[in-house]
Write a protein that binds this ligand. Structure first.
Ligand code: WT7
Length: 670
């Protein structure tokens, strides 16, 4: 059965929602906010939540404008809060002037200069505490270094760095001078880096010699050299942070060591006041086509909602040690490692490495040693650590924790319960937060002092967020058992503003389907009789592998770029730990390999995809066939391939296949 709300043809992903609905409809457990938590929370009760929602519904623009005035420092106040004259290219707070780095740093100095802004732990075990005063100095100095190399308002800067405080310094330094940063995840290959540099026409790359991850040194500068050797003519300067101490090549005139570039520069740098709509950053993410899209966020609207959600969802307080485990290369790292916590003057913990170095107790050891109070991570990490048993968390004192959170993919009730019992000691509320690179900030999540949680549900939309579930005609689905397309009906300040360089793709992808009447998230979901949202999965050709978003087309393009591959089709296969694993069906050039030859080619193709995109995109399974199953109109029958990958009985009509033998090959029969 095709998911309601999807087209029902062979193109969409159709996660087959019925199976999920059955399992979650039987989920009867409820967890009320602990009274002691509610008492001290920013939003203390369902009634307070409802009052905020009502206010936002009565007058959304006034609601957001009020927050924008309360949450941010304005150099010049805005007079126009919202402009929909160019819908769906909406604008918020467009004529106000502000600076994001000023909001994250300077305004805290009077009261909190000595407060720790970033508490850092490297994978090898080194630790650092950086106060707000020091972070301010470091951002100013580095902003001055960028200026020395001619970087200014509107220039694009690529940041390709390990999870170290300097990654945040680099982001804020860009924001200080109005440059637009685009962080590229350090796990992406030189090829992915090059594509992003070229798409953004970046003038500068900020990188490091290397970073520590999984007991190895990830050679970022070397990858950067490879990317720059094959194009990227726009790049004039490469800043290189010394982190791992590995040997790197420095190109005279182009490459500068970070420390040398900023030596002798001033500790002060006047912020450049930009208008509310000035682009703060681009972040590339996968979509249904082969080419990642540069999601563009605006300065003011983005910061308002990340700051508000720090209070609503994370209930942030002055005394908290907030730890979000996401890498700075993903939107979660932008919103809840860098901008959200710093906008609130909070202390944020940053960890450089893998969760299993030196052993599976690392996360819990960090929580215990640094007295982490709020811990935010991905379901995939929870499931992986859950598999390794309770003895690791049992070794550490986790009593400082008061709130837990998850993001990136649906969390199965079993993992939720484990998180609740073994990590939260049945004391900490869990916030399951639904949002996307495009939404900038959390959209659907419980307010921990106000909303009763249910394992596996992200519960209810935040104040001001008009989320709905609709059928193929865009009509709201009333029947709670029926799944549909997740949409947001009204614009909100932290929404994406554009796909970099592709206005059409922005309009078509996000507003195309229902005559521009609502934002289309690309997820399927359903709602229960309490109005709680349950996310079922993607409705497009996007996979969520360990919480990371990967386009099937992107992986297919990488595969067909290999000389031994004629054709390839990639689908997702449910995976207990990773959520989805990557299953590739490959039509080789020349004879179809079997036995050892197939094993050898598969190893080569996996390494190839790792090199083309990054290790996260490596297919977990590869199967060879003489051709791929196609419809009469020539479309690959993805649904059939999904059934085969799952080892499920084929319910589809395969009579149109030119060669039925192919199905047996695809099923892996010799
Ligand atoms: C996609 C967005 C938002 C930060 C990390 C991912 C899935 C995200 C949840 C959740 C179920 C979730 C959706 C969404 N997703 N959070 N709590 N429950 N699914 O950002 O890479 O832009 O991916 O992640 O499918 O569309 P992203």
């Amino acid at each position: 059965m095709a998911a309601p709300g999807t087209t029902g043809d062979e193109g969409g992903r159709q996660p087959g929602p019925t199976e999920n609905i059955d399992s979650i409809l039987t989920e009867e457990r409820r967890f009320e906010p602990p009274a002691s938590f509610s008492a001290g929370a920013h939003v203390k009760s369902l009634a307070e939540y409802q009052a905020l929602r009502d206010a936002a519904e009565r007058d959304p623009v006034a609601f957001w404008a009020g927050l924008a005035r309360d949450e941010l420092h304005w150099h010049r106040p805005f007079t126009s809060a919202f402009d929909d004259s160019r819908a769906p290219y909406y604008a918020w707070f467009g004529d106000g002037l502000l600076n994001v780095s000023f909001n994250c740093l300077d305004r805290h100095l009077a009261k909190n200069a000595d407060k720790t802004a970033i508490l850092f732990e490297g994978e090898p075990g080194d630790t650092r505490r950086i106060s707000y005063a020091e972070l301010h100095r470091r951002v100013c100095r580095f902003a001055n270094a960028l200026k020395m190399r001619g970087i200014g308002l509107g220039d694009r800067v690529i940041i390709y760095m390990p999870m170290v405080p300097e990654a945040v310094v680099a982001m804020l330094a860009c924001a200080r001078i109005g440059a637009i940063h685009s962080v590229v995840f350090g796990g992406f290959s030189s090829g992915s880096l090059r594509n992003r540099i070229e798409d953004a026409s970046a003038r500068t790359v900020i990188t490091a010699d290397g970073g520590h991850r999984g007991g190895k040194v990830i050679e970022l500068k070397a990858a950067c050299d490879t990317a720059l050797s094959e194009g990227c003519k726009s790049v004039e300067t490469v800043f290189v942070l010394r982190r791992a101490g590995n040997h790197v090549r420095m190109q005279h005139g182009r490459d500068l060591w970070w420390d040398e570039a900023e030596s002798n520069l001033a500790d002060e740098c006047e912020p450049v006041w930009v208008d509310g709509e000035h682009p703060l950053f681009l972040l590339y993410t996968s979509g249904s086509t082969g080419k990642p899209k540069g999601i563009q966020h605006a300065s003011a609207g983005y910061l308002v909602v990340v700051a508000a959600t720090m209070k609503w969802v994370f209930d942030i307080r002055d005394s908290d040690i907030f730890w979000c485990t996401a890498d700075i290369g993903w939107v979660t790292g932008h919103s809840y490692v860098a901008y959200g916590p710093l906008a609130c003057g909070a202390t944020v913990l940053m960890y450089e490495g893998a969760p299993t170095v030196p052993d599976a107790g690392r996360f819990w050891s960090i929580c215990a040693r640094h007295h982490v109070t709020i811990f935010y991570t991905a379901p995939t990490a929870i499931r992986a650590l859950m598999k390794l048993g309770e003895s690791f968390p049992a070794r550490y004192d986790l009593s400082s924790l008061r709130l837990l959170g998850t993001v990136g993919e649906p969390i199965n009730p079993e993992a939720w319960m484990w998180f609740h019992r073994v990590i939260g000691h049945e004391r900490c509320p869990i916030v399951d937060t639904w949002w996307q690179t495009e939404t900038g900030a959390i959209m659907i999540a419980p307010l921990p002092g106000a909303i009763t949680t249910k394992p596996g549900s992200c519960t209810r939309p935040l104040p001001g967020i008009d989320a709905d579930i609709v059928d193929a005609n865009g009509h709201s689905i009333a029947d709670f058992a029926q799944g549909g397309e997740l949409v947001i009906r009204k614009p909100w300040p932290s929404m994406l503003r554009a796909v970099w360089g592709d206005d059409r793709r922005y309009r078509d992808t996000y507003w195309g389907k229902f005559d521009g009447r609502c934002y289309i998230a690309g997820d399927t979901a359903h709602r229960d009789h309490d109005g709680y949202f349950w996310i079922l999965g993607r409705s497009d050709d996007v996979l969520k592998v360990s919480g990371h978003r990967l386009g099937t087309m992107e992986i297919e393009s990488a595969l067909v770029a290999h000389p031994r591959v004629a054709e390839a089709a990639v689908v997702g296969k449910p995976d207990e730990t990773k959520g989805e694993s990557i299953f590739a069906f490959v039509v080789p050039r020349g004879a179809r390999p079997t036995g050892d030859a197939a094993g050898t080619l598969s190893a080569e193709l996996r390494a190839w995809v790792a090199q083309q995109i990054g290790p996260i995109a490596k297919p977990d399974h590869i199967r060879y066939a003489d051709s791929l199953p196609k419809t009469r109109s020539g479309k690959i029958m993805r649904r059939l391939l999904r059934d085969i990958a799952r080892g499920e009985a084929i319910t589809q009509d395969t009579s149109t296949l030119e060669n039925e033998e192919i199905v047996r090959q695809l099923q892996g029969e010799p």
